[in-house]
Design a protein. Structure first.
Length: 312
């Protein structure tokens, strides 16, 4: 298939995944700030900026406040990772790849884009914002369900899946790293109520509270949350699941240049193999922050190799 179409489909799905993630981040930041209204310097909102990877850009443009963070992450078109920017960019990519999409895919994206201005301008109160964020999650879920259930299992589908799971792996790693490194409570709070609610918030962001209860059947423990989000192949937002998908779909793309695609395939296979053999006890002992930081770097490298392999 044409390189530009492959790139459009890859980034279309990647930006929809990012919009869903940012909406979840804002919801949990709002929930945690309500639980801890006296949190020093709005730490929950700062953590949302860090988890979205936009804190330096935000600091250059804004004085810190809850309202500024919400506006920057949800509505600011100067932020390429804001929800509004993600939907706009996804729709531009959809237009460019229109002939390689199903009618249902186009309607899901275009319908979201058409409804977005009205939804955006009505999200003025906290209740309206909650409704807006729920709507974004619903529309992202609609798109992912539609493309998974209507596309032929050909190269166009494989590039969509690569975009979705490269983005999801990055989001999961950043989210866990923020909790462990940025939002780590003081020593006296570790294992206490605040620490417990922070780990619950992580599970809420990735819609994993029920999955945790099913797999671990007990109180929320940091090591078990990390295991769920890193190593459990049953959970569709874990790093293990994401890289299984990436490695699989890279191998299913037809007509690849063996020389050009070798590095991307090898790196994806290496990460997948390492995660399948890893133990959470070893990861925690060697340093969760160090492990996640390395994963973020390797995920970025994998994205670069995929782009190089397919001439993005």
């Amino acid at each position: 298939m044409l390189v530009r179409i492959a790139e459009n489909l890859h980034w279309l799905t990647r930006y929809i995944e990012r919009a869903d993630y940012v909406a979840r981040l804002l919801q949990v930041a709002g929930h945690m700030s309500a639980v801890r209204p006296d949190a020093e310097l709005g730490s929950e909102w700062r953590s949302a900026l860090v988890a979205a990877g936009v804190e330096p850009a935000f600091n250059k443009k804004h004085e810190f406040s809850e309202a500024a963070v919400v506006n920057y992450l949800a509505f600011d078109t100067d932020n390429p990772s804001s929800i509004v920017s993600c939907i706009e960019t996804a729709r531009r990519n959809a237009r460019a790849a229109r002939t390689n999409m199903t009618t249902e895919m186009w309607e899901a994206i275009n319908g979201t884009w058409l409804e977005l201005p009205g939804r955006r301008h009505s999200a003025r109160s906290s209740d309206d914002l909650i409704q807006f964020l729920d709507w974004i999650k619903e529309r992202a879920g609609l798109y992912h369900g539609v493309y998974a259930n209507t596309m032929l299992r050909r190269d166009s589908f494989h590039f969509c899946r690569l975009g979705q799971f490269i983005e999801r792996a990055d989001n999961t790693a950043r989210l866990l790293d923020v909790k462990y490194h940025v939002e780590l409570p003081s020593v006296k709070d570790v294992g206490g109520v605040i620490d417990h609610y922070q780990w619950l918030a992580i599970l809420r962001v990735v819609a994993a509270r029920r999955a945790y209860r099913v797999l671990f059947k007990g109180t929320v423990e940091p090591a078990r949350v990390a295991e769920l989000l890193i190593l459990r192949p049953e959970f569709p937002r874990s790093l293990r699941f994401c890289y299984e998908q990436v490695a699989s779909h890279l191998n299913q793309i037809t007509g690849q240049d063996p020389e050009r695609s070798r590095e991307a395939k090898q790196l994806a296979a290496d990460i997948d193999t390492e995660l399948s053999a890893a133990r959470i006890e070893d990861i925690m002992a060697s340093g969760l922050h160090e492990f996640l930081s390395a994963m973020i770097v390797r995920n970025e490298q994998l994205g670069v190799e995929i782009a190089r392999a397919h001439l993005f």
